[in-house]
Structure formats: C-alpha cells, structure tokens
Design a protein around this ligand. Structure first.
Ligand code: MG
Ligand code: ZN
Length: 231
C-alpha cells in the first residue's frame, strides 16, 4: 500500500510475508501443483500432444492471438483450446467459432489456472484426438508465473496499450516464459510507446526469451510467432 501525500515522500507500508498468506501453506500448494504439472507433461508426451500456455493481462490479446493461430494451423494440427477465466465463457465461445473443440474453465476467485484444472480439461480434449492444445490462462500477469501447467512452452502476451513500463514492472512472468509476444504493434504510434524498448525490456528480464512483435488485429507477426513456437 502506498500513501502519497501532496509534496511529501510517500509512506510505504510493506506487508510481511506471513501477513499476506501462511507461507508454508502456499509452498505446499505450489509444490503440489508442480508435481501435477510434471504428471500432465508425461501424459501429454504419451499422447503425442503439444501444449502451449498463453499468459497475459485481460485485454492484452491472448484470445485474438489464439484465434489467429487456430486459423493458420487448423489444417496442419488437430487443435483443442482450454480457456481460463474467473467467470465468463466469452473466450471459449470466440475460439469455438473457428470449429475447434474449446473448453472453458471458470476459476471463480482464483486468478490463475493450475495443473489439476488443466488436467481435467485436457482429458476431455484428448477424447477428441487433439495433437495441439492451446491454453489461455486467466487474465493476470503475476501469479500464473508460479503455477506451471505442464505445457511444453509458456508464452507471455503483452500489448503496447499497457504502457511503457509494464515489462519492467512484471519481470517474473518474462523469466518463466519461452516466448514473449508484444501485441497491438499497430497502436504503438498512438500510445507513444517505443516497441524496440519493450523488446529490450523483455530480453533484459530473460535473455533466453524469443520476442515476437504482433498485431493480432491485422495478422502481422503471426507467422513469426508460429516459427518461434516451432509449429
Ligand atoms: Mg481472452
Ligand atoms: Zn492467481
């Protein structure tokens, strides 16, 4: 909590770790999730399914990117989509219009997908004989980083409309991601955002990340994203 009074240095109150949540309990959750994620990965490999987890804020363009990928790849792969959201089924409906099986997972108050939820949804998709599963995580740039799902690749999607500091402020999610997508490049001139600076920020957070600049609206950069993912 930051309390900024006029013309004075802000008062900063930092929560102690155990004030926010019982830290041992949290570690148990995280470890249990990691074990389930490993189990998921073994299941995906046994079935020969490639799985990709898309993370990013609400409005960054995760669904639009997934729709573009589905359109480009649906003749090459048998695609299924898992869409995570706290309460709506908007995303699964959007993706479903492209003629691929899509499953909505509503997490209620949870702001991320976890490995057990994904396992449940993936089992349904495996019955459709899919060989590529695209997962849209819940719109959130913080805690999905801590909850691997067993996916082969993790993609973080940000958009230039989120402002020039957003990658600097949310480095953790870039550290766990294999690919970073900077979306809505067509909006950069209107936002006064330097896209190359965002690319540098992503590489500063994670020198091994592959960065792709896209516009899901125009389709620009989608081919590069497909190459970055090796699809
Ligand atoms: Mg969405
Ligand atoms: Zn969360």
């Amino acid at each position: 909590m930051v309390l900024a009074l006029e013309k004075q240095a802000p008062t900063v109150i930092k929560a102690d770790e155990d004030e926010v949540l019982d830290i041992e309990l949290e570690e148990d959750f995280i470890k249990a999730n990691e074990r389930m994620a490993e189990l998921n990965r073994r299941t995906f490999d046994r079935y020969g399914v490639r799985v990709i987890d898309f993370m990013g804020s609400i409005g960054s363009g995760k669904t639009s990117i997934i729709e573009r990928l589905v359109e480009s790849l649906k003749d090459k792969y048998k695609i299924g989509v898992i869409a995570g959201d706290t309460s709506t089924s908007i995303d699964a409906e959007r993706v479903g219009r492209h003629g691929v099986p899509s499953i909505q997972v509503n997490t209620g108050r949870e702001c991320h997908l976890d490995a057990p939820l994904v396992r449940k949804a993936a089992k349904k998709l495996l019955r459709h004989g899919v060989n590529l599963i695209l997962i849209e995580n819940v719109g959130n740039l913080i805690c999905p980083a801590e909850f691997p799902l067993g996916a082969h690749e993790r993609v973080v999607v940000v958009s230039v409309t989120e402002g020039e500091y957003m990658i600097k402020k949310k480095q953790d999610i870039f550290r766990v991601a294999d690919v970073g997508v900077i979306n809505k490049k067509d909006m950069a001139p209107y936002m006064g955002v330097d896209v190359q600076e965002l690319v540098r920020d992503a590489l500063n957070a994670n020198p091994n990340i592959k960065v792709v600049v896209t516009s899901a609206r125009t389709g620009d950069g989608i081919g590069e994203l497909i190459s970055a993912l090796g699809l």
